[in-house]
Design a protein around this ligand. Structure first.
Ligand code: FAD
Length: 387
């Protein structure tokens, strides 16, 4: 029998279920939260109860044990339906560091709670105000004293810190001038934010509703048993999780691009001016079509990345390119959507301006476009390191 040219989507059912869940959280819900920078508690609760946030946790720890492509389908659908996964996407993937590098005791202690949603691990403390992208120059220091570490320093852009029980923290444990490679001497810790003393969280108001914060550590004590893996190897552990994060964020951008395009197409057909729908004009049609083509190309690269990831094949090239191409496609679709809607693109009730603000982030975070290009230049094309 002839094989179909295109395999059926293995996650079609998940997409359909996520779509139904998202229908309970329409534009009004997100708009209201946006005005007061509120956290989408009910939305996150619904995703948790449906088991989506524990999708990647193995069944033995109470999760769904699904592959990365299933998590990508969940996040893409959330964004395609006009919702925003940024409030909780990290609950899906930060735990990967514990799963891959944590001790048996840490896995037993944390993963079942994260799978059920009882424990929220969605704060990821890497970026600092002074070092930014230059991660190995971070200044937060964890000094070992007996059976604990004393942490001093500061993080910035720690998203969801106020809505998280635990934080995965990257701190220096050996001064940079005492290590042979600057990537050494950094360690990863699980910080219990519910009980930690000397921890101050300050929300940052941003152009979109993202619940991002500054976090200060003033002699904060972390039990030595909360060190993940081997002291000094933390940078590698964080790098290990980055391909999964990039592929998942790329999927959100693909979802955004699809949302914008659906909106643009629908509006361009219903808005009639000069006796015909505006979508009949090539000047309106072409930017929408071009963004669609960009999205499809990004989607193909992300799919390749997911397939490689699931097969255990290195996928840094696809994860980085997919993240950049998807963010660019979402931005092109966003731009076309505002333009197609004319003045209404700026009116809150159309949700276009909200999604426009939300989509812009992914050209900067979790990795900026320039750094993706540097990765491609150096690691894929073999050119000299540029920084
Ligand atoms: C809303 C939001 C949420 C975030 N959430 C988190 C989080 O939960 N946890 C976390 O740890 N971080 C988080 N981040 C931080 C995010 O990952 C960084 O903002 C991002 O990596 C860029 O770092 P930076 O802001 O320090 O910019 P910088 O590193 O200061 O860079 C500024 C600009 O210079 C460019 N640049 C820098 N170096 C080079 C170079 N060598 N060559 C070419 N261009 C260069 C960059 O591309 C960028 O455009 C978040 C950021 C935002 C805005």
């Amino acid at each position: 029998m002839d094989q179909p040219l295109i395999a059926a989507d293995p996650h079609a059912e998940i997409r359909e279920e996520v779509r139904k869940l998202c229908a309970r959280f329409p534009g009004e819900y997100w708009r209201e939260l946006d005005t007061r920078r509120g956290y989408p508690t009910e939305f996150v609760k619904a995703l948790t109860e449906a088991g989506y946030l524990g999708a990647l946790i193995p069944e033995e720890f109470g999760g769904a044990g699904l592959p990365l492509s299933a998590a990508a389908a969940i996040l893409e659908t959330i964004h395609q339906e006009g919702c925003n996964g940024a409030a909780c996407h990290a609950q899906m993937y930060i735990m990967g560091t514990i799963l891959k590098h944590g001790s048996a005791d840490q896995k037993q202690r944390y993963l079942p709670g994260i799978a059920s949603g009882e424990l929220r691990l969605q704060a990821f403390g890497v970026t600092e105000p002074t070092s930014g992208t230059d991660t190995t120059n971070l200044r937060t220091f964890a000094r070992k004293e007996g059976d604990k570490y004393i942490v001093n320093g500061q993080k910035i852009w720690t998203s969801r810190a106020e809505h998280s029980d635990l934080m995965l923290l990257l701190a220096r444990t050996t001064p940079k001038d005492q290590v042979t490679k600057k990537t050494e001497g950094l360690s990863t810790f699980i910080v219990d934010m519910r009980t930690a003393k000397g921890l101050t969280i300050r929300p940052i108001r941003t152009m979109m509703n993202h619940n991002s914060c500054e976090v200060f550590f003033d002699n904060m004590e972390v039990p030595a048993e909360n060190l993940v893996g081997v002291e000094g190897r933390g940078f590698r552990y964080i790098l290990d999780g980055m391909n999964a994060e990039r592929l998942l964020i790329a999927s959100e951008s693909i979802g955004d691009a699809k949302w914008f395009t659906q909106k643009s197409v629908a509006y361009s057909k219903e808005r009639v001016l000069f006796g015909r729908p505006i979508g009949q004009n090539q000047g309106v049609q072409f930017p929408i079509a071009k963004a669609y083509a960009q999205m499809r190309a990004a989607e193909a690269i992300v799919k390749q990345g997911l397939e490689k990831f699931e097969a255990g094949i290195p996928c840094g090239e696809e994860a980085n390119m997919g993240k950049m191409l998807a963010a660019d496609a979402a931005w092109a679709a966003a731009e076309a959507c505002v333009q197609t809607h004319g003045g209404f693109g700026f009116a809150e009730e159309y949700d276009v301006e909200r999604k426009f603000r939300e989509a812009r982030l992914y050209q900067v975070a979790p990795i900026s476009t320039n750094l993706v290009l540097s990765y491609i230049g150096e690691h894929v094309l073999g050119m000299p390191r540029s920084y």
